[in-house]
Design a protein around this ligand. Structure first.
Ligand SMILES: CC(C)(COP(=O)(O)OP(=O)(O)OC[C@H]1O[C@@H](n2cnc3c(N)ncnc32)[C@H](O)[C@@H]1OP(=O)(O)O)[C@@H](O)C(=O)NCCC(=O)NCCS
Length: 170
């Protein structure tokens, strides 16, 4: 087992990945690290990742919540918020999400948001191979269930930094 599979090495590895990701911003790859704040307290993260976004208009998402606040609907809330940013703010065409087959909460969030199954893949988890469920949400399916009570702030200033130009809806 490597240093990065046990605490605190695992957390250090995660932090290093986040810091490195923040420094890597180009048209071909960006990862927006959003903080989840409840009553002024940071309780999690919601990332939006664009790989070749200007070419394909596709994004993927990743979320992590403090175990203390899980299971209260916040996971769905933050996924809806970041999808709003992707589709409404950045004009995305499609969003993807992956989760280990036994990650019931994450798979359920995707399912309830209207994502469709998009096959499976393999990844390692603490050194063990495990099946990943892949999900995809088209713009049409997002639009059919979109919310109108989410406010986006500062998106116009953010888009050019990520290489998102004209031609995308606001
Ligand atoms: C995945 C995660 C962000 C979901 O957030 P959450 O606040 O726990 O989820 P919600 O309370 O919004 O619940 C979403 C759905 O999953 C269901 N659910 C939540 N926890 C569940 C569990 N342990 N078992 C079965 N279903 C569960 C909820 O009932 C809900 O479904 P419903 O709409 O049919 O009622 C959160 O659990 C988490 O941070 N997990 C660890 C990190 C992780 O796995 N990230 C995803 C990696 S891809």
């Amino acid at each position: 087992m490597s240093l990065y599979e046990e605490s605190p090495g695992r957390e250090w590895g995660w932090l290093r990945g986040i810091w490195a990701g923040r420094a890597r911003v180009s048209e071909d790859f960006w990862r927006v690290y959003l903080v989840v704040v409840v009553d002024g307290e940071p309780v999690g993260m919601q990332d939006l990742i664009g790989m070749n976004f200007t070419k394909f208009g596709t994004v993927s998402t990743f979320s992590w919540l403090d175990p203390e606040v899980r299971g209260r609907g916040l996971g769905k809330e933050i996924r809806q918020a970041v999808l709003h940013l992707a589709f409404e703010g950045f004009g995305a065409r499609e969003a993807a999400s992956d989760a280990f087959h036994d990650n019931l909460a994450s798979n359920r969030v995707s399912q309830t948001m209207g994502y469709e199954p998009n096959g499976v893949d393999w990844d390692t988890r603490r050194g063990e191979a495990a099946v990943i469920n892949r999900w995809r949400l088209t713009r049409e399916r997002w639009a059919a269930a979109r919310r109108d009570d989410i406010e986006l702030v500062g998106v116009a200033e953010c888009r050019p930094v990520l290489g998102i130009g004209v031609g995308f809806s606001s």
